[in-house]
Write a protein that binds this ligand. Structure first.
Ligand SMILES: [Zn+2]
Length: 252
């Protein structure tokens, strides 16, 4: 590991980062317990700094989601509850499976899941789950309001849905077609996106990177002033190099 190499030269960036973390940044991964430098990764906007845990591979969003799950489930007796994990990522799979009495996975095409299912038409009875987790799924679904209605339908009263999407601008922009340069995203979700969940759920609580210690490194450190590009003509530019992530928790 070469901590010095993790700080790339970019106007303003190094100074901002050093002021917060010093010249030899060390972080802590809440998913696997690793302590030390994180790795840069290449994302849609170019290099995203200090993004990945070198031990378990968890990214900023997985670390934030892991911390939020710890908080929201801490006081609950989940042993008798049933969870559905859509598009299950390995980082949270084991944790959720251990936490809930019954744990099932679903995806529209992924191998090895319990249910092959379209999130717009879930093949489950009304009120059949207590918890639904679907991270970075709805930005791939044009009929996302229909999907949110379906998630609400399969939840029991008092159930919880955790539905994060990448927030990459202020106001949500719908694309005319899925963008292959953004892994097939059909929109750029903005800060206002979670209002769509409020149409279906009694209460939506939005957690952010800012609510947890800096040692977990829960921010996307990337230059979003590069937008729009030829590949992503509808993405608006965003100022700054440090972007918070968000985890919406919806209460049925
Ligand atoms: Zn880790």
């Amino acid at each position: 590991m070469r901590p010095a190499a993790l700080i790339r030269r970019m106007p303003g960036y190094a100074q901002v980062f050093r002021a917060r973390h010093g010249s030899r940044p060390r972080f802590e991964c809440p998913v696997c317990g690793y302590r030390g430098p994180f790795m840069d990764v290449t994302g849609f906007a170019g290099v995203r700094r200090h993004a990945e845990c070198p031990q378990c591979g968890a990214l900023e969003r997985h670390r934030l989601q892991s911390l939020v799950l710890q908080r929201i489930l801490a006081e609950r007796d989940t042993a008798g509850l049933k969870a559905l994990h859509f598009a299950p990522e390995k980082f949270l799979r084991r944790r959720l499976a251990a936490r809930f009495g019954r744990y099932e996975t679903a995806d529209i095409e992924m191998r090895g899941v319990d249910h092959i299912a379209d999130i717009r038409r879930l093949p489950f009875a009304d009120a059949s789950y207590d918890f639904v987790f679907a991270s970075h799924v709805l930005e791939h679904v044009a009929e996302d309001r229909q999907a949110v209605a379906e998630i609400r339908r399969v939840l029991r009263a008092g159930g919880i849905a955790v539905l994060p999407v990448p927030v990459v601008c202020e106001r949500t922009i719908e694309y005319a077609a899925p963008n292959p340069h953004e892994a097939g995203h059909v929109r750029a979700p903005g800060r206002d996106y979670f209002d769509r969940y409020r149409e279906r759920f009694a209460r939506v609580e939005v957690w952010s990177s800012e609510q947890f210690p800096e040692k977990y490194q829960l921010y996307a450190w990337e230059d979003r002033s590069v937008w729009p590009t030829a590949e992503c003509p509808q993405r608006p530019p965003m100022a700054g190099e440090r972007h918070a992530d968000f985890v919406p928790v919806c209460y049925a």
